[in-house]
Design a protein around this ligand. Structure first.
Ligand code: SF4
Length: 900
């Protein structure tokens, strides 16, 4: 590894809500080394595979570098003036509610603050929502119902101190890997137990002491039953309840009506009764219990109730705000929490104020000198894009997100954007499914170029610091929004010179007329100088300038406590936490004869959102290079689905073709498809169009974990791959997905047979059309008996493209071939071997990559485990290095060891 030539810049990973600190160090060869910050309290130097590969994502390929108006490159002056003029004209004609902003948990707090201020205070509408609505809105709503404020009571240190960690709807081993390693260290060193609650088997569950695979939608039944069990076992903390809570009786009655006995719970959740008893007994007798919950709970039409069913159990046992005990919502995005602080959701105002209290509206209006403050909640994400579709919203400004892929019923979102009068998109990438509809494109600075702050899942504010200059005309998002605000005539209120200016105002608003009444208060940071802001160390909120009457820890006067609510101090009118009665929860759309399976969606380990950034990393692409549908063998047999063959999924909202992965780990009656693929990276454009748009009535969060679906086999004649330097038009294929290798693109694909087509004639024509060359330019190898077709295009000695197709699945591994694209001219041996089947450079097929850091595949791991009788992850690491760097693959290696 090259030696850093100057002091590292400390910043924060831009992916998940763990909020790991990273260091960026410039090397002598001008490359950057990204490693974990050993001093950051969220990760103490650890990074997962995504964080470790950040250095591969810094290149400028695919960047949006200049403003564009109506498809033409424009100056910033033209772009800003046009944006303001067109927005202003629509507001003039149709009123403030005819425009909307759609923001992102990828934005920094300063970006978020300025966008929210412009829309809610100056345009005069609350139609500003964020993709965090898809991530943790149900947790926000649940916290507000129980605690009176959106305040996470626990912190990461609790994961080190807990004796029991319950993970509900959370595949933390893949989605919050650094925190999961912390939990595993606790298990290995202190003997802490881990219980998972999920609707499918995951690598997290494989590492748990008890994995409860529940029926879809039955999370609340499980926790209602737990509340009843705790009541009957005498496990309630009556002193805490009497002093600090209200509404217990009604809540226990509602729980009893839903889940009167463990037997009822076992039946409704489809769990063995012994597992229900084991979980309940373990929870009842373990005072130091942390319950982490994530998208599996939140992404539901009853997500808020599910959150409150969990919170009820923690309040009843007084396990809140204590070392090693508390509920801990794991946020998906790097700055979902920061967005909540500034009021980035349509039902919030700013700084934890809302539209329910006229005094809040007046306070914010006064502080901002806002001429036209919004007086009511705006439209939440799904409703916001419905309003785009039905024409109520005539202009939408989308920042740093890709709703044409990620929202449920995504085809309807595209239809809405297609006919929307004005679509403005600020982004750092040049091509996304959403950008295809933009009238105005505004180039935003990317991760390494941005300066500001983010807040992680434990309320910890960390600085994100720029270490690269913005390329082309790219600008920070807060600057872009402020400039448009000035063009709209609001110069004085948006006259910011730096991110620090914005942060100081945000901090001052949080403390304005607060006096401890609002949970979010960072008044202690409101007077930071530029240098102090630049040097700001990670800090948890609240960070009050002075303790107030409702300070979270009044007896200690602590200004920024790591934990909240140990001694009450809730933010409800009575100061007491509210138990919330939860009745039966069920998915909105039940499976039926027409759509007999339940579609679940989620993440894979090494990709992030719609892959606009992680997709740049060849290392990350090798873990799961294409979209798959996991299906149980019994369901596969019932629907004629063959493992590794393409399969078509159809719901009432849309359809997609993905690769089948037949596995007994997927519960029968359900299928699972990852969320990351789009039309930029696959033929079908991902799973978003399939997902039903039902939402939670309180949080507005969509039910992304349960959509009734039909599945059928897709007939193919050939399957294989193409490697190419230039993007290909594969619209004639029945399936393709593309990933990036170091020197080429890798397409996995399937072709259907055509009437009258013979291998010799048709595939030659197909390859020459696809590679845009004459048939005679191709070097070919055909074996009609074995159903093999291979071809390569070599131009002036350089390999430009190759294709390997098979009717029988007998294909070499493509990673070895991809390395040949690094040669400026093929050497004689490579040229000779290219199509021979030994062209995979003679290496054994490593199989699907498990350890991304050292490119160790599942075949190599299985072979080594069997041949060398490896027994532990340490044995595997010593022999193959796998698992010795970021450790994200350790759960999978453990599972392979267990299988062996
Ligand atoms: Fe980034 Fe991984 Fe840390 Fe999440 S766990 S912040 S993705 S390094």
């Amino acid at each position: 590894m090259p030696k850093p030539v100057r002091e590292a810049v400390r910043t924060t990973c831009p992916y998940c809500g763990v909020g790991c600190g990273v260091r960026a160090s410039l090397n002598k060869d001008e490359s950057w080394t990204i490693d974990g910050d050993p001093d950051h309290p969220s990760n103490f130097g650890r990074l997962c595979s995504k964080g470790s590969a950040l250095g591969e994502t810094l290149g400028l390929e695919g960047r949006l570098l200049y403003p564009e108006v109506d498809g033409e490159r424009a100056s910033w002056k033209t772009a800003l003036e046009t944006t303001a003029n067109r927005l202003g004209a629509i507001i003039e004609r149709h009123g403030p509610d005819s425009v909307a902003f759609y923001l992102s948990g990828q934005l920094l707090t300063e970006d978020y603050y300025v966008a929210n201020k412009l829309m809610k205070g100056f345009i005069g509408s609350a139609n500003v929502d964020t993709n965090s609505r898809l991530c943790m809105a149900s947790s926000v709503a649940g916290h507000k119902r129980a605690f009176g404020a959106d305040a996470v009571p626990a912190c990461y240190e609790d994961l080190d101190a807990a004796d029991l960690v319950v993970l509900v709807g959370s595949n933390a081993a893949w989605c919050h890997p650094v925190l999961f390693r912390r939990m595993m260290t606790n298990k290995e060193t202190r003997g802490a137990r881990i219980v998972t609650v999920d609707t499918r088997a995951t690598v997290t569950g494989a590492a748990a002491d008890l994995a409860l695979t529940i029926a879809p939608g039955s999370d609340a039944v499980l926790f209602n039953g737990l509340l009843v069990h705790l009541a009957e076992a005498g496990a309630f903390d009556t002193a805490f309840i009497d002093s600090h809570c209200e509404g217990l009786e009604k809540t226990v009655s509602a729980a009893r009506a839903d889940a009167p006995t463990p037997e009822t719970v076992a039946r409704k959740c489809r769990l063995p009764i012994a597992d229900v008893h084991r979980f309940y007994d373990l929870f009842a007798r373990t005072a130091r219990t942390v319950t982490c919950y994530s998208q599996g709970v939140n992404q539901s039409a009853t997500g808020t109730d599910k959150v409150n069913a969990i919170l009820n159990c923690h309040l009843a046992t007084g396990r809140i705000g204590k070392a090693g005990a508390g509920p801990l919502s794991l946020t998906g995005q790097p700055n979902a929490m920061g967005g909540r602080e500034v009021g980035g959701l349509a039902n919030q105002l700013a700084a934890h104020m809302g539209f329910d209290d006229p005094a809040d509206i007046e306070r914010v209006a006064w502080f901002w000198h806002a001429p036209r403050i919004a007086g009511k909640e705006g439209l939440k994400a799904v409703d916001l894009f419905r309003a785009v579709t039905d024409g109520r919203i005539k202009a939408v400004w989308i920042m740093a997100t890709n709703p044409a892929v990620s929202l449920p019923d995504a085809s309807a979102v595209k239809a809405g954007l297609e006919k929307c009068e004005l679509v403005i998109v600020s982004d750092c990438v040049a091509a996304t499914d959403t950008l295809a509809y933009a009238h105005i494109k505004l180039p935003a600075a990317a991760w390494g170029e941005k300066d500001g702050s983010v807040t992680n899942s434990e309320r910890r504010i960390s600085r994100q610091r720029a270490f690269l200059p913005p390329p082309g005309d790219a600008k920070p998002d807060w600057w872009i929004v402020s400039q448009v605000a000035k063009w709209l005539g609001f110069k004085n209120a948006f006259d910011y010179g730096s991110a620090a200016d914005v942060f100081r105002e945000h901090a001052a608003l949080s403390a304005f007329e607060n006096d401890g009444r609002r949970a979010f208060d960072i008044g202690a940071l409101a007077a930071l100088s530029n240098a102090e802001y630049d040097a700001l160390a990670p800090v948890q909120w609240p960070a009050r300038a002075a303790p107030g009457p409702h300070s979270p820890a009044p007896e200690t006067g602590a200004r920024n406590p790591a934990r909240l609510f140990e001694t009450g101090g809730f933010f409800t009118p009575s100061g007491r936490a509210r138990f919330v009665p939860v009745t039966a929860c069920a998915p909105v759309h039940a499976v039926s004869d027409a759509y007999p399976l339940a579609l679940n969606t989620g993440r894979v380990r090494d990709q992030w959102h719609t892959m606009t950034r992680t997709g740049k990393s060849p290392t990350l692409s090798r873990h799961c290079p294409e979209p798959t549908v996991a299906i149980h063998p019994a369901d596969a047999a019932r629907f004629g689905i063959e493992d590794t063959a393409p399969a078509r999924l159809e719901t009432a909202w849309g359809a997609a073709v993905v690769r089948a992965h037949v596995t007994a780990e997927q519960p029968a009656g359900t299928v699972f498809v990852p969320i990351h693929w789009s039309h930029e990276t696959s033929l079908s454009g991902g799973v978003g169009p399939l997902v039903n748009p039902a939402t939670d009535p309180i949080s507005g969060q969509p039910e992304s974990k349960h959509t009734p679906v039909w599945i059928r086999a897709v007939k193919t004649a050939y399957r294989g791959f193409c490697l190419t330097r230039a993007p290909l038009d594969l619209s004639a294929s029945v399936y393709w997905a593309v990933t990036r290798e170091h020197a080429c693109l890798s397409y996995l694909l399937a072709l259907k047979s055509q009437d009258g087509c013979t291998l010799t004639r048709c595939l030659t024509r197909w390859a020459s059309d696809t590679f845009r060359c004459a048939p005679n330019d191709l070097i070919e190898y055909k074996d009609t008996a074995l159903g093999l077709y291979r071809a390569a295009l070599i131009t002036r000695g350089r390999l430009d493209a190759c294709v390997f197709l098979s009717a029988t699945e007998a294909l070499p591994t493509f990673q070895g071939l991809a390395a040949l694209f690094g040669q400026s001219a093929l050497d004689a041996a490579s040229r000779k071997a290219l199509l021979s089947g030994a062209a995979d450079t003679g290496q054994a097929d490593p199989g699907r990559i498990v350890c991304s850091c050292f490119a160790v595949g599942v075949n190599r791991l299985n072979e080594a485990i069997a041949r060398r009788s490896l027994k532990s992850t340490e044995d595997v690491g010593a022999l193959l290095q796998a698992g010795t760097n970021c450790g994200s693959c350790l759960p999978e290696i453990r599972a392979l060891l267990a299988d062996a």
